[in-house]
Design a protein around this ligand. Structure first.
Ligand code: ADP
Ligand code: SF4
Ligand code: MG
Length: 368
């Protein structure tokens, strides 16, 4: 990683391993995950449910429930500070002000007995030391920014629809201008028009304030539009990572190939990651070798023998696949069909698809 050697990255996650203990079993949720993030950069984490994405971002914010969760190893360095060795008191100062998170479920972040305005105001007053008047003005601005009229400041969470509650949570997370935003499927509950506004707002924040973002999403349109780089997570490991053009146009790992094989449509309804046949391995009983081997149509004995390492295939593009790195399955990719991964029309994949995805997803959301 040349980039990381040149300068200390803004965020560096190294060898992060997280396990849960439940029902007498050890669930290996995150296994030696490493990645970096620069200031102002957005990395997308994609992969099926249960892959470990939420556990990774919750580790950064140190909000995993312990027990059952345990960070077994690794370091997380944020602006030169190693977060895992900070005291809870020090960490509390960072949460919300330096690092904010938008949760998948808005209700986990909202308190039902306070008005939405009060909740955003409280976050601001706590972290930004604003006067009540300044904070009030900022809250109204933030509400308007996410498409909620400022007059609704005094209403309670139950008076809002699911999508509106999520917008309140987004306003709260963004109000303190965090340096790092962890967004866990933030737009899933929103309709396309509001999605467009939220994405637009996130892009503005990135441009104006240099906010770095870790974005977990199933939506390929969002990956194309807001992410600079993408990490594909499978069974608690990064199996492929690179800039979005690498992933959309030259995805190498058989899992990425299957996952990204979805043609965007102008109505925006085909831009989600496609499910792949078969199931991910049981995280309490992971395969010894390549964790994707049970579902991979190209698997052979060598893949099953020992763990497969993440290696650089081309500058900045990392892949965890023995055969892809040996470049001996290129022909198989289009030749073999329907052997586990649904890559039925792999040879018909649209050319220049990253650019296509951006164009079409923008058209679908009517952005700008
Ligand atoms: N509180 C918990 N107790 C036990 N297992 C958990 C808990 N939270 C997550 N897991 C397990 O950890 C693995 C990773 O989960 P998660 O990080 O939520 O994945 P993702 O966000 O990619 O869907 C899954 O196998 C999940 O069942
Ligand atoms: S290492 Fe082998 S089993 Fe794993 S993804 Fe590559 S070809 Fe498939
Ligand atoms: Mg999740």
């Amino acid at each position: 990683m040349e980039e990381t050697e040149r300068m200390e990255p803004f965020l560096k996650v190294e060898d992060l391993t997280v396990q849960y203990t439940a029902g007498g079993e050890v669930i290996k949720a995150v296994n030696k995950v490493s990645f970096t993030l620069s200031k102002g950069e957005t990395i997308g984490l994609v992969g099926e449910t249960g892959a470990g994405k939420t556990t990774i971002v919750k580790s950064i914010l140190r909000i995993l429930p312990d027990p059952p969760a345990k960070i077994k190893s690794g370091t997380i360095t944020f602006k030169g500070q190693e977060l895992l060795s900070l005291s809870e008191h020090q960490m509390r100062k960072i949460r919300g002000s330096q690092i904010s998170m938008i949760f998948q479920d808005p209700m986990t972040a909202l308190n039902p007995v306070f008005t939405v305005g009060e909740q955003i105001l409280e976050a601001l007053r706590l972290h930004r030391k604003m006067s009540k008047k300044e904070a009030y003005t900022k809250v109204c601005e933030m509400l308007e920014m996410v498409g909620i009229p400022a007059e609704r400041y005094g209403e309670y969470p139950h008076q809002f629809s699911g999508g509106m509650k999520q917008r309140v949570v987004i306003a709260m997370a963004l109000s303190c201008n965090p340096a790092l935003l962890l967004a866990d499927e933030p737009t899933t509950a929103l309709d396309v028009t509001i999605q467009a506004q939220v994405l637009h707002m996130m892009n503005r924040l990135k441009k104006e304030l240099g906010t770095s973002v870790i974005m977990i999403t199933h939506d390929l349109g969002i990956v194309a539009e807001v992410c600079d780089r993408v990490a594909v997570v499978y069974a608690g490991e990064i199996v492929e990572m690179g800039d979005k053009v690498h992933l959309f146009d030259h995805g190498l790992h058989p899992y990425t190939e299957g996952l990204f094989h979805s043609i965007p449509s102008l109505t925006g309804d085909e831009t989600r990651l496609k499910p792949i046949k078969g199931l991910p391995p049981n995280p309490a009983d992971l395969p010894k070798g390549c964790k994707f081997a049970p579902r991979c149509p190209y698997a052979s004995e060598v893949c099953r023998e020992a763990p497969v390492l993440l290696r650089e295939a081309e500058p900045g593009h990392f892949v965890r696949c023995i055969k892809k790195l040996a470049a001996d399955i290129k022909t198989d990719m289009t030749g073999k069909k329907d052997k586990g991964i649904d890559i039925a029309a792999a040879e018909n994949r649209p050319q220049g698809s990253a650019t296509d995805f951006i164009k079409r997803s923008r058209a679908a959301r009517e952005v700008e």
